[in-house]
Write a protein that binds this ligand. Sequence first.
Ligand SMILES: C[S@@+](CC[C@H](N)C(=O)[O-])C[C@H]1O[C@@H](n2cnc3c(N)ncnc32)[C@H](O)[C@@H]1O
Length: 548
Amino acid sequence: MVENLEKKYKEILKWGALQGITDTPFPSSPSSSPPSSSSSSYRPDFEQQQEQSSCLGFSLEIAVFSDSEGGRGLAATRDLKKGEIILRVPKGALLSVHSAQQDKKLAEALVSYPSLSSTQVLCVHLLREVAKGRTSAWYPYLVHLPRLHHTLAHYTTSVESQALQVEEAVWVAERAEETVRQEWNEARPLIKTLSLGRRFDSLRAWLWASATVSSRTLFVPWDKAGTLCPIGDYFNYACPGVTEHDPVNTQDLHGDDDAEANLQEDGDSSCGLEFADRLSDGGFESERNEYCFYAHQNYKKGEQVLLCYGTYTNLELLEHYGFLLLKNPNDKLLFRFSGLHELGPVSPGGPHIDPKNLYIAFDGHPSFSLLAMLRLRAAPTAIRKSHGHLALSGLQISPENDATTYRWLKVECEKLIASFLTSTDDDFMLLKLLEACTSFHQVVAKALTTCNCKEQERVRRDSPLCGTTSKEEKFSKELPTNVLTEIGKFEALVSLKSNKSRGSSSDPLAEEAIVLEKWKLAVSWRLAQKRIIERCILHCAHCLKCFS
Ligand SMILES: C[S@@+](CC[C@H](N)C(=O)[O-])C[C@H]1O[C@@H](n2cnc3c(N)ncnc32)[C@H](O)[C@@H]1O
């Protein structure tokens, strides 16, 4: 750990050691000692020494990685072998509904609120511990919890949720916000009973607690809400099945020429990623009474050690964790094409297919159920009756039927991609612009230098921000009108928010940074969806070439 990090995290590492958190192997089990390649670094007195100063250092250390890799996380302090134990967190250090029950005042108050869910109880427990300040048993852990979150529930304005551009996603964001608000209203009487103070009774505080719980809890068998696990929740996310976790950049979203060349050549659309079996790398072990984490692959000293939280689409990652992956093999585009009737009528008494299973996968291929459904719809009634079982088994009914199916799907994808407010190129350009800026002033300044004189005049006239802009950097390409309109909407939102925050305790610059980050995430998300559609078009073209 570099020196300033060591200083910054000194207290929590010491506190962790006192709690019995450790990154050393199980005490007396020969099979749990580190593999021979690293055993030279194993010192039997290490655990004892750790107890006084730090809970980490033997296998892991706190490190800061790039934002796209998760920012703060845990790095290997030595070569780690797949399957070896790398962290243990005793039950006593966990913050869960169990520890809530051990807080006498909270436990007594909870009796009067039996209808609160365990997630609500955990949120109140967390807020109560934060409100206790230094007297909280978890204080050294709590001070290092992130203050800002970008989960979908934080997309509180329509400008932010509409930036997702896909109806279902906008709906998920609006529902997430409503749910959090409702949970807060239900929990407020309990918060009042506990006299946590006005700061902790606010929607803002609840949003923070709820996002902290949503993005950091780990599964436990005894409670649906899971548990907050100090140090264990410093592991960033590894996508299940992806063995390569090299950092990716925006370029990956814009297009992977090599992968597309492959796709056109031989239909392979793995985009250079390797897929392995799904692995589980941590869990609560009741016989040991501790949360145990195992390396899910080999790591070299200094590499970031990751944890698989589960299998998520990008929308789910955004909803629950406030980030997304540019290359996420579990991402998908839900099927929502309007021209299905043109392909053929629904067959009466045909198989029921769960709409959740109708999607285009990350690689651009229609899902098993979607392909079966399209093949059936494209078949004349008589053929459907005699050969429908083939489609339901994932097989081709006939080359002609597949040609009709893929032709239809290609046209629908082309219509769909043209129906978005912005194109992939627009999104890519906007994303580049947003990534190059740390403030809204910069976004507006850079946008201004790219538009024509008339447009500049309009933006200058309407912009409350650009008057203060001094240094303007030339952007390579002109920004399209749709992008400028979107910039205008966000600019109005930011200025509204900063007017509102005047006189309040909130920091307008921090507010601005959060809006900017949420916007970036929304643009990345919709761009990733459009890339799936583009891959589907290529896949259809490839299939059609095979039939010609
Ligand atoms: C359990 S915490 C992991 C530790 C966290 N980085 C921290 O500083 O405390 C989960 C959060 O880390 C971030 N994160 C984890 N994995 C990520 C990844 N692969 N890419 C980007 N952000 C990630 C997200 O903000 C997520 O909500």
